[in-house]
Design a protein around this ligand. Structure first.
Ligand code: GLU
Length: 290
């Protein structure tokens, strides 16, 4: 089976060093296996998006020497597919329409949805759609973090697949598109490790194949704060500063020359592919940058 990896940024801001780490790892993993590497723009949450970020991200990827296979898939063009998946879930009695507000749920206490709106199995206005999560443990083997087990019904409960504001939830869109693009290997930041069991629940209910998963340590600033678009992490400069690719490979525990010699981006990526070792990726959820 052809190995198919992907990089799936949300256009909430330009790429920063943390996103470069995910791009480098997914790229090297796919290319080292002789596989395909796809880019998917996860632009289904307009309120969180930054105008121009999608174009900026693609320009940054190009500047850092990444070559993706085929066209970029924009999730904003995939709403019919998500609606179709939702309809499949509805027909099987796996969703319900919920008008509970965050405040309502906080009042009755706890993070796990208490089942208040289970009876509303037909569409109604001004409601979120939640998945009726079946009881049972989901097992999967993360390629870095090892065996994982989660009973999603007990830890998260019935989660939202279509938001009350009419936007599809990330969990639904990501499983529909990973299957649509025949992704075999999901490689992404460890902040999504605890979303994976939810995604597997959805794959099972929708009859979709389950990819392999590999989660990567998240980069923290030297002061321990998370490097993210929300905290305005420094954007990757263009023209490219190719040393950042060496630093991303070193962050991933990969074999890099100690002096990190100046080199064109494409050459550093070639080195990364040629020496790619998933086993060397540190098994830790967060790592500080020096
Ligand atoms: N779009 C998500 C993000 O930028 C990543 C989704 C994924 O890799 O599954 O955080």
């Amino acid at each position: 089976m052809t190995h198919i990896g992907r990089f799936a940024p949300s256009p909430t801001g330009p790429l920063h060093f943390g996103s470069l780490v995910a791009a480098v790892a997914s790229y090297c993993d796919a290319r080292a296996a002789g596989g395909r590497w796809l880019v998917r723009m996860e632009d289904i949450d307009p309120p969180r998006e930054m105008p121009g970020a999608a174009a900026r991200i693609l320009a940054q990827l190009g500047a850092y020497g990444f070559e993706w296979d085929g066209d970029v898939l924009f999730q904003s063009g995939r709403l019919d597919a998500y609606a179709h998946a939702l309809e499949t879930l509805r027909r099987a009695g796996n969703v319900f329409w919920c008008r509970c507000s965050r405040a309502d749920l906080a009042r009755i206490g706890g993070a796990v949805y208490p089942g208040t709106c289970h009876a509303f199995t037909a569409p109604r206005d001004d409601a979120a759609v939640r998945l009726r999560v079946p009881a049972g443990v989901v097992d999967f083997a993360d390629r870095v973090f090892g065996p994982q087990r989660e009973d999603v019904a007990a830890t998260v409960g019935d989660f939202v697949v279509l938001r009350r504001d009419g936007l599809f939830a990330y969990q639904l869109a990501v499983v529909v598109d990973d299957a649509f693009q025949a992704v075999t290997d999901v490689v992404r930041g460890a902040d999504l490790l605890d979303n994976t069991a939810r995604q597997i629940v959805l794959q099972r209910l929708l009859g979709l194949p389950e990819p392999r998963y590999m989660h990567l340590p998240l980069a923290l600033n030297a002061d321990g704060s998370k490097l993210s678009k929300q905290t305005h992490a420094k954007e990757l400069p263009t023209p490219a500063d190719s040393r950042l690719l060496w630093r991303a490979l070193a962050f991933l525990g990969q074999d890099v020359p100690p002096e990190m010699p100046p080199a064109p981006c494409a050459e550093i990526l070639r080195h990364g592919v040629g020496h790619w070792s998933p086993a060397a990726v540190p098994r830790t959820s967060h790592m500080r940058l020096a």
